[in-house]
Design a protein around this ligand. Sequence first.
Ligand SMILES: Cc1cc2nc3c(=O)[nH]c(=O)nc-3n(C[C@H](O)[C@H](O)[C@H](O)COP(=O)(O)OP(=O)(O)OC[C@H]3O[C@@H](n4cnc5c(N)ncnc54)[C@H](O)[C@@H]3O)c2cc1C
Length: 693
Amino acid sequence: MKQIRVVIIGGGFAAVQFAKTLRGKLRASECEILLFNRENHMVFHPLLADVAGASINADAAAAPLRQMLPGVACRTERVQRIDLATSEIEYDDGNGALARLHYDHLAIACGAESNLGIIPGMTEHAFAFKVMRDAIDLRQHVVHQMENAEAAGDPDLRRWHLSFIIVGAGFSGVEVAGEINELVRSSTRFYRNFRKEDVVVSLVHSQDQILPEVAPKLRIFAQKKMEKAGITMRLNTRAVAATHDGIELKDHQMLRGATIVCTIGTTISPLIQHLDVPKEKGRILTSPEMRVQGQLNVWAIGDCALIINAFDNKPSPPTGQFAEREGRQAALNLVRILKSEPTKPFYFKALGQLCSIGGYQAVAEMMGLRISGFLAWFLWRGVYLFKLPTWSRRFKVALDWAWDVLFPRDLSFLNTDSEQNVTHAYYLPGDFIHRQGELARTFCIIDEGEVEALKATEENAEPQVVAVLSKGDFFGEATLMGNRPHETSVRARTVVRLTQIGSGLFSQLAGASAPLRDLLSRTLARRSGDFWRRLPLAKTLLSDEPLASLMDPIPAKSLSKETSFADAVVALNESPSGELLILDEQQRLWGTLDRQDLYDMIARIAVIPVEARGDVTRRKLSELLPGSLHYVSLDDSTLVATATMLDHGISWLPVVHSKDDLRPVGCLRGARIGSRMIQKLSQSAPAHAQSAG
Ligand SMILES: Cc1cc2nc3c(=O)[nH]c(=O)nc-3n(C[C@H](O)[C@H](O)[C@H](O)COP(=O)(O)OP(=O)(O)OC[C@H]3O[C@@H](n4cnc5c(N)ncnc54)[C@H](O)[C@@H]3O)c2cc1C
């Protein structure tokens, strides 16, 4: 038999069984097997919750592929593309170059990816729970929260650090909630500043019972046991947004907590998304023998495939149990094809379900038997110990579990330097990003939305809005550079997304990059701090001046987002003030246009490659103008309007009805505000001089 090359993409349950079975059936001279996986180990997902809960060490649940699979060439590389026409894969060779490799048969077993993007703010604030890094990071974070709670003087802040929110009460959500609950409550005796009663672990689920996959009796048992252990059930509700503070539920209630774990939401790997084969809900459709529909030498197995089980004619569920069987049976079918024997359809009767719920309790359905409590927990541990891929892992996990029974859980953690991090944050309207007087920790760049800076001049005085910042603006530089507490509070006006740079990294960047240093110093000089300090009387006058009294009418003609570049130039030339508003379909403010914008648009066009420019004159404004928009609303003060203009170096500003109603009502011009101030200052000068004297 001529040697063939079989390439496997993935290193999870399906891929490993496929490779193992194939190697056992075919000699090396008959078949070369290459397995490409992003990591050099297989993750044993059922034990991820134990890693997060510190009852086993991370390496016990991750088995190195090359040690598990003798006779298989294991490559720690990401496959970028599959070329079905030439039977080749394209992969990143680790040095930044793309390499191609021919295959005679290909097994696609790349699983599914977690998808936090399904709920706004989850990507920025929640932990996913899919790969080993997620479990390790979560464990670090949970222990860190206990340390933070120990240090917190404010009881509200302490409670926030000790509140843990788990979204989704399927197997992984229930297991991770049980483990976090066990870790934190069993560790309270090592801390002085809080007790078990202060810990809040909440499980949020959209249905009326947890664990929809198991029998109703076991669900009820699991729920009661978890509630008894202190876990709060939030059933029949959904998380609609996640922020730094916690999660917002669908009834707009806010569930506060410093830890959010999102166990719902998966998406298909980008490799599959770009593959032109029949799919259903993103999963690859296969023939009964598990070849990709329409392909003779490509197989799909595991979570990325939709395989009909001949046992009940239903699609196989995305579980490790099924992935393993699919891997084994697909490999046997490949051997049958090579030997010109008939293939067999996938057939598997599920063995049962096991779920640990924390506190030495579990629920199990095995071979028709339903067991719950300590016995089920013992069975759970026994089964997973047996199912671990190698003897060395079995010994490691058994030792860790024995250790866990005899000794307290390990509370050490690596204090990663948050000052060196770049993170992302999501805020809802009204959320405070920082408060006046707090220590500065990050430099923030606004990726989306609007914030307002508020300042209270005296203790207990109502803070006043002093500036509005929007997309592309930044804040926090003054306090970081001056190493002093924030002089203003910053609050989200709309939904806001930020990029946050830790103070240490910011100092390095500002120190090393002359252009950034220059930009920051110019912004610092321009920003209102120094300006108002030098003109305190002007500040008072601007605060008192009603905004409506200085407003001009809106320009007679307005443009739409769809207006072409050529029409916009003509309209601008005809405009007496040289200023125009751009409105959306609902007549809400979308943008502004003046001569400076015209130059900016030309500069933007100039950097588009000539061959991609097309007819420039027909390009729409929405393609040429950036999304950032500065405006104030009728309820803002003249002080805010002036600060906004000064801050952005602009001379005019549209005024809208309110933050929720962006229909324009007028325009403010810096020149008019300036002349009113001069008039008022001259009127108040004698009195002022007198009082000073
Ligand atoms: C927390 C958790 C607990 C679970 N508990 C259970 C349980 O108790 N029982 C059960 O039966 N199931 C359980 N599951 C489900 C089970 O883990 C999955 O169904 C199973 O892992 C699917 O196996 P797979 O081989 O298809 O994919 P995976 O195990 O996800 O492996 C896919 C592999 O492909 C790699 N990969 C992806 N794209 C590429 C690429 N382009 N190039 C190279 N490599 C790539 C990935 O890095 C990954 O290693 C659990 C899942 C989770 C997340």
